[in-house]
Structures are given as structure tokens and as C-alpha cells.
Ligand binder design. Structure first.
Ligand SMILES: N[C@@H](CCC(=O)N[C@@H](CS)C(=O)NCC(=O)O)C(=O)O
Length: 250
């Protein structure tokens, strides 16, 4: 499963002619700092899968809106995955589920266990609508806007923060009643889905929404201390530190 093809990212202009490289299983089109793409990288890390290449699009230069990327994703966004046979998929959570099934990562309940599947889908909806929606607004206002030089709308931040806090109040009760993970007793993809935006909340100074709640905080420790996840997060932190040092040295 884990043929060692380095998947250190390349930009679109660095792509070699296909005839000169060993073809990886698929290409992940991503962008620096993309939380949606990180969801996929974390899923692959947890599955021990490294046989893919990453191509970075420059969002500031609107490469995501190029004709070529619009063919891959009509919404003009990343992440997208493309396979050598032409199969193409966008939407991070759909991609994670597809890769999990395709490569048999143990991150989904068995199809035959319809109760567990239903609880997984319930947890997935909760993550998307009650968590990722407001957390994504905070990330956009407090993180992305810094890079595009836009004014932060504090009213949006404060309303989104209230929603995130309300969400984690419910999560706290549910984790105490129901088990160690967001979809029940087992670690699943849903737990991975949370990681990139929670990290972003920490980066924006809102880590207390996790740390102040005992069961949520213990869940976060369990999830981020899984060896593959811990390793990827540490590597990403090192890459950010190195990039910052290089930028400061300019
Ligand atoms: N629902 C999509 C969201 C994709 C998304 O918003 N991607 C961001 C990068 S994290 C993007 O491409 N932004 C650039 C743009 O919208 O032009 C997913 O889960 O993949």
C-alpha cells in the first residue's frame, strides 16, 4: 500500500513530463495552508498511504480559477484528486471517504452495521453544519484575510465563536455519554475531519474552546496523539517554522 513515492508538493509549473516519472496512484491538487486538503492528507497518513503526488495551486494568483482547474472542479477550488484513468473527485469529505474505501483504511463502520453507519452519518452532518461552518468563518476572518489584506469583520467572528462554543458544549456532553470519539466508541474519519479547523482555531488564539472542556480536550489529545497524525502535524509545524525563518532571512 505504501510504495515510497515522495509526495512533497510541487507547483503546477514544476510538473515533469509524465514520461519521465514513475506514475503515482493519483494526484492531489492542493494549496498552501488549505485546511480542506489537510483533511485528505491526514486521512492518507492515518491509512499509511504515501503513493500520491501533491500539486500546489497558488490561490493568491487565482490558479484555482484556471480553465484547467475549472475542468477538474466547477467551483474553482481545491482540493481535487485525479487518477491516471481520468477519474476526478472534489469535496474534501467525499474524497476522504472514497480513498478510505478504495484503499481499505479502517476508518469507516462496516456497511453491514447499519446503526453504526447511521451514527457515522449523523456525526458527519454535525461536524459539517454545526462545527465547520462557524469555525470556517473564524478561519477566514482571522487567518485567510490577513494574507489577502482584507478587513476583519469582528461581528462575524464573535457570532461564529458563540456557535463554536455552543457546538463544543454539546460535544462535551455527547463524548461523556457516548464514548471516546465523535461517531461513538471507535476512531473514524469524522474525528479526522475536525483536525484542520481545530488547529486553525488554536492558531487564531481560540484553543480554549477545546482546552476548557474536559472530555473534548481529552478527545483532542487522543486524536492528535495517534502516531501517524502526530507525525504529520509535527512535520507541518516544522515546515511552517522553516518557511517563516526563510521569509525573515530575506
Ligand atoms: N467544501 C469544499 C471547500 C473547498 C474550499 O473552500 N477550498 C478553498 C481552499 S481550503 C479554496 O479553494 N479557496 C479558493 C477559492 O474559493 O477561490 C471542500 O470540502 O473541499
Amino acid at each position: 500500500m505504501s510504495r515510497a513515492i515522495a509526495n512533497s508538493p510541487r507547483t503546477a509549473s514544476q510538473l515533469l513530463p509524465r514520461s519521465r516519472i514513475k506514475m503515482p496512484s493519483f494526484t492531489l491538487y492542493s494549496a498552501r495552508g488549505s485546511t480542506n486538503a489537510d483533511r485528505i492528507r491526514l486521512t492518507l497518513a492515518e491509512g499509511g498511504f504515501t503513493d500520491y503526488e501533491v500539486v500546489l495551486l497558488n490561490l493568491a494568483q487565482r490558479e484555482q480559477k484556471s480553465e484547467e482547474n475549472m475542468q477538474r472542479n466547477p467551483w474553482g477550488k481545491v482540493p481535487v484528486v485525479t487518477f491516471p484513468g481520468g477519474f476526478t473527485l472534489y469535496e474534501s469529505r467525499a474524497i476522504c471517504k472514497y480513498l478510505t474505501r478504495k484503499y481499505s483504511f479502517p476508518l469507516l463502520p462496516a456497511d453491514s452495521d447499519i446503526d453504526a453507519v447511521a451514527l457515522f452519518e449523523q456525526a458527519q452532518s454535525e461536524e459539517m453544519f454545526y462545527f465547520a461552518d462557524p469555525a470556517g468563518k473564524i478561519s477566514f476572518e482571522k487567518f485567510a484575510k490577513k494574507f489577502i489584506g482584507l478587513h476583519v469583520d469582528e461581528a462575524v467572528v464573535s457570532s461564529a465563536l458563540k456557535s463554536v462554543e455552543a457546538f463544543f458544549d454539546v460535544a462535551e456532553r455527547r463524548l461523556l455519554q457516548r464514548g471516546d470519539y465523535m461517531a461513538g466508541r471507535e476512531f473514524t474519519l469524522v474525528d479526522i475531519f475536525y483536525i484542520p479547523l481545530i488547529q486553525r482555531l488554536f492558531a487564531c488564539g481560540y484553543g480554549d474552546v477545546i482546552l476548557e472542556r474536559g472530555a473534548v480536550s481529552a478527545w483532542w489529545d487522543r486524536v492528535t496523539n495517534r502516531p501517524a497524525i502526530k507525525k504529520l502535524l509535527a512535520a507541518d509545524r516544522d515546515a511552517i517554522t522553516a518557511a517563516a525563518a526563510a521569509a525573515a532571512g530575506k
